[in-house]
Write a protein that binds this ligand. Structure first.
Ligand SMILES: Cc1cc2nc3c(=O)[nH]c(=O)nc-3n(C[C@H](O)[C@H](O)[C@H](O)COP(=O)(O)O)c2cc1C
Ligand SMILES: Nc1ncnc2c1ncn2[C@@H]1O[C@H](COP(=O)(O)OP(=O)(O)O)[C@@H](O)[C@H]1O
Length: 308
């Protein structure tokens, strides 16, 4: 899919079937929505367009809003680019745009992007106050010559796959289910920074991750089996998210990984952590020897769970 960021000035749009949304995480539910847009577009001889926002609308509306995103912009762009479809319009969500009523917004889509059919996500609402619903959109569509279609949700065991369901799963450490709904493994990118230099004394050096995107959701505290990527190479890793109560580290949360079968200095290098399994909660051990025993056990668990 082609990403268009400066649409209004430089591109003349062919008639299209479009859908709008934040697409945070670009999960399987989003992919299913796009399949429905593609099907409608095929039937009607239109192009497909996905209209999304580079910054989450709530961040524009509410300056103190602290998002917990599943994907920051570079990741979202990469994920969208790999999807089938014609083009993705990155529409800056400005204050002016937020003041448009649903009807005005639809008119804008029609005039600027040649939207002929609008496929609306099963729970999607737009327009100032978000007070209107699907029937209102259909009525405006008739007036503006836009066909309005409601998309089906992708559901599994009566749960509609959505960004908020996935966020909730990650916050409770349910990585396997979150990954299943995402359709890929949740990951954090960042830089290896200095820690407190205790790890190497325990026999388990840990690379501390500073996430590159401060708005990205950090999964629940605890120990995880992860894949670690450094300079294109994949390693097994055991990761801890927490405050390390055994070494009295205060309330500073750290994200640190001991990479299995690895040695070397990787300070300041880029690292990707791909979450695979939740192993256990972080504990306060009576002494460092007890922590070390547990770390040995964790290493065996991770070694058995993951393959390279
Ligand atoms: C897989 C793993 C599990 C850990 N589990 C715990 C734990 O349960 N309790 C705890 O106090 N610290 C835990 N830690 C944190 C260690 O105490 C930590 O690695 C050590 O303080 C080194 O920190 P440093 O890298 O800042 O030197 C864990 C670390 C790893 C890598
Ligand atoms: N197997 C390994 N896993 C993680 N980091 C390792 C490993 N081997 C060597 N290192 C290096 O050791 C550093 C971590 O050592 P550690 O004593 O825990 O210090 P810090 O407190 O600064 O993280 C890492 O940043 C990395 O450069």
């Amino acid at each position: 899919m082609q990403i268009i960021t400066d649409a209004i000035q430089s591109f003349s749009f062919p008639p299209c079937a479009a859908t709008i949304g934040c697409f945070d995480g670009v999960h399987r539910g989003h992919q299913y929505l796009l399949q429905q847009v593609t099907e409608v577009a095929r039937q009607e001889g239109l192009c497909t367009a996905l209209i999304t926002f580079p910054v989450h609308p709530r961040q524009v509306m509410q300056s103190d809003y602290q998002p917990q995103l599943l994907s920051c912009l570079p990741q979202k762009t990469n994920l969208i680019q790999s999807l089938p479809g014609d083009y993705c319009i990155m529409l800056p969500f400005t204050h002016e745009l937020s003041c448009l009523t649903a009807r005005e917004f639809m008119q804008f889509l029609h005039q600027q992007y040649n939207v002929r059919t609008l496929v609306i996500g099963y729970d999607h609402r737009f327009g100032h106050n978000r007070s209107e619903g699907f029937e209102d959109y259909c009525r405006y569509g008739e007036e503006l010559h836009i066909k309005v279609v409601q998309a089906q949700a992708l559901t599994e065991e009566n749960i509609s796959i959505s960004s908020s369901v996935i966020r909730a799963l990650l916050k409770e450490g349910n990585i396997t289910q979150a990954n299943h709904y995402l359709g890929y493994s949740y990951y954090l990118d960042g830089t290896v920074v200095n820690g407190y230099k205790v790890g190497r004394k325990l026999g388990f050096p840990t690379a501390n991750l500073l996430p590159s995107c401060p708005d990205k959701l950090i999964p629940a505290e605890g120990v995880y089996a992860v894949y670690t990527y450094i300079e294109g190479q994949r390693y097994k890793g055991m990761l801890n998210i927490g405050c390390r109560p055994t070494v009295h580290n205060g309330t500073n949360r750290s994200i640190e990984v001991n990479i299995l079968d690895f040695s070397g200095d990787i300070y300041h290098k880029q690292m990707r952590i791909e979450f695979q399994h939740f192993i256990r909660k972080e504990q306060s051990f009576p002494n460092l020897d007890a922590l070390i025993e547990q770390l040995k056990e964790d290493r065996n668990t991770v070694s058995e769970l993951l393959t390279l």
